[in-house]
Design a protein around this ligand. Structure first.
Ligand code: NAP
Length: 257
């Protein structure tokens, strides 16, 4: 039996990258629970199969495919699957990111810099470009990028990654202005520290947890469910008059930076 939290996204089709675990999974689950048909994806078939099985077990309407966001043929496959299975695309959530190195921005070597910008920025840009024909067919839609609080205040040990996330704040604004005439809203989520594999270094040891939590007024880490709730709002008609904005979902962290 299908359990819907709301019917806000009924009739909509959402494509979400890096959605077999962590924040992307939380977004996929929430959008599906609000009635969307969802295409989940990530690089590994095994992860796709597990995520699809878990979501289907809740009665949610999902399909999955492998997609490494830096590969053109994989990105195309995502949208083609959405069209062949669900009849089109209304919502793109570009969530994948990588961080192959730790250190100050000027300590990042060229190959790591290229990898970070290829996955975090260029792939987001290309996904937004490649989804346009599908959104135009629907006469509108929503594009949502996933940045980070580090995009506003670069973190010392995540130098290049932080700068890549700053680029997404600019991409959101520039694309929003260009696509407004096409009835396409472009917005962005900037998570704080969310308890996922990606943030393990900040959340696993007692010392790191205490230090990280001291910067978070709400005194807890974010969850993929918190992130899904905000993205569901941005993907819905409730956000029709919002474009070019980034919502920080970080437990009040910006007040203490
Ligand atoms: P995560 O838990 O490490 O999620 C990893 C997911 O991404 C898995 O489904 C993984 O599956 C997939 N993935 C990894 N590389 C991929 C690629 N190149 N192409 C497609 N899928 C890929 O990460 P997360 O914490 O959920 O982060 C999600 C987003 O939130 C990222 O943009 C990150 O920068 C942002 N963010 C996270 C935090 C945080 O505290 N967690 C804070 C701010 C911003 P496969 O291994 O099968 O590919």
């Amino acid at each position: 039996m299908r359990f819907l939290l709301s019917s806000r996204l009924l009739g909509k089709v959402a494509v979400i990258t890096a959605s077999t675990d962590g924040i992307g999974y939380g977004i996929a689950e929430r959008l599906a629970k609000e009635g969307a048909k969802v295409v989940v994806s990530s690089r590994k078939q095994k992860n796709v199969d597990t995520a699809v099985e878990k979501l289907k077990a809740q009665g949610l309407n999902v399909v999955g495919t492998t997609c490494h966001v830096a590969k053109k043929e994989d990105r195309s496959k995502l949208f083609q699957l959405a069209e062949s299975t669900f009849g089109g695309v209304d919502i793109l959530v570009s969530n994948a990111a990588t961080n192959p190195t730790m250190g100050g921005v000027l300590d990042c070597d060229e190959s790591a810099w290229d990898k970070i910008f290829e996955t975090n920025v260029k792939a987001s840009y290309l996904l937004a470009k490649e989804v346009l024909p599908y959104l135009h067919k629907r006469k509108g839609g929503k594009i949502i990028f996933v940045s980070s609080i580090a995009g506003y205040n670069p973190m010392n040990l995540l130098g290049a990654y932080s700068v890549s996330k700053t680029a997404l704040l600019g991409l959101t604004k520039a694309a929003a202005v260009q696509l407004a005439k096409d009835n396409i809203n472009v917005n962005c989520l900037a998570p704080g520290i969310v308890q996922t594999k990606f943030a393990e270094a900040l959340t696993s040891s007692e010392f790191a947890r205490t230090e990280a939590l001291s910067h978070i007024p709400l005194n807890r880490f974010g969850t993929p469910t918190d992130m899904g709730a905000t993205v569901a709002f941005l993907a819905s008609d409730d956000a029709n008059y919002i474009t070019g904005e980034t919502i920080i979902v970080a437990g009040g962290m910006t007040s203490k930076l």
